[in-house]
Unconditional design. Structure first.
Length: 253
């Protein structure tokens, strides 16, 4: 029943959005080339599907996202688990993290393009940077907030490293780490598109720039909608993975 209501809410929300879009199109004085109708965007979507460009760009973007995001999350979690257990070291590392964290990943793009050129690598590096700091800081915080009882019980049972980290500390800190991973997902997906607009000649971000250069606002809007839908699907998949992990550890789902 809850799933049905959720699906109903999604359908109603999308219908309202399309209705508002159609009303704005009807009263707008802009040319159709600059502000297309929902039907024009849908026709453009079908056009991209039929000629294969949409799926090719989705495949390219998903490859870059998968590599950059997974490597970033793995590196950030491992480093966070280490720094979280060595607070005296983290006191010296934290100022550097706080200095770098507010810098937009796209600010690094000119430097990254100079180093790696145009292609997959710049977009992957941008995704890595975008996802790294939220996951790292949430992991360090999660490790620092672990109930000392877990550590005392582990000590009594003679559990030592590395088993202590992977069998006690990581499962106990996982719910808070998962929040950082969720936050990083949205941030990384946003900056993937931004990175592809500058440092790539393929992918969904490049498709937006190409549509703008060819004055194809219908393709531009259709691509934007596809990006949004993929973002929702990625978030849903991540939630399912999180629930499966929590269930395997006997946590609340």
């Amino acid at each position: 029943m809850k799933k049905f209501l959720s699906l109903k809410n999604v359908v109603v929300s999308i219908a309202i959005l399309i209705l508002i879009w159609q009303l704005l199109f009807s009263v707008s004085s802009y040319s159709e080339a600059l502000f297309p109708s929902p039907k024009m965007a849908f026709d453009a979507l079908l056009e991209m599907i039929s000629d294969g460009t949409l799926f090719e760009n989705i495949k390219t973007s998903m490859y870059r996202f998968g590599v950059g995001y997974s490597v970033s999350v793995a590196a950030a979690v491992i480093l966070g688990l280490i720094l979280g257990r060595i607070p005296k070291v983290f006191q010296y590392v934290n100022p550097v993290l706080q200095l770098l964290r507010p810098i937009s990943p796209t600010a690094w793009m000119p430097f990254i393009v100079l180093l790696f050129g145009i292609g997959d690598v710049p977009a992957i590096v941008i995704i890595f940077i975008a996802a790294f700091f939220p996951v790292l800081l949430s992991t360090v915080s999660a490790v620092g907030n672990i109930d000392p009882v877990y550590l005392k019980v582990s000590k009594n049972f003679g559990i030592k490293q590395p088993a202590l980290t992977w069998k006690v500390i990581f499962p106990a800190a996982f719910p808070q780490i998962a929040n950082g991973i969720h936050l990083a997902l949205g941030t990384a997906w946003i900056f993937l598109v931004a990175g592809e607009m500058v440092g790539a000649q393929s992918g969904l971000g490049y498709q937006i720039i190409d549509a703008r250069n060819n004055i194809r606002a219908d393709i531009l809007l259709a691509t934007i909608l596809v990006i949004g839908v993929i973002g929702i699907l990625l978030d849903g998949i991540l939630k399912l993975i999180e629930k499966a992990v929590m269930k395997s550890w006997g946590g609340a789902v």
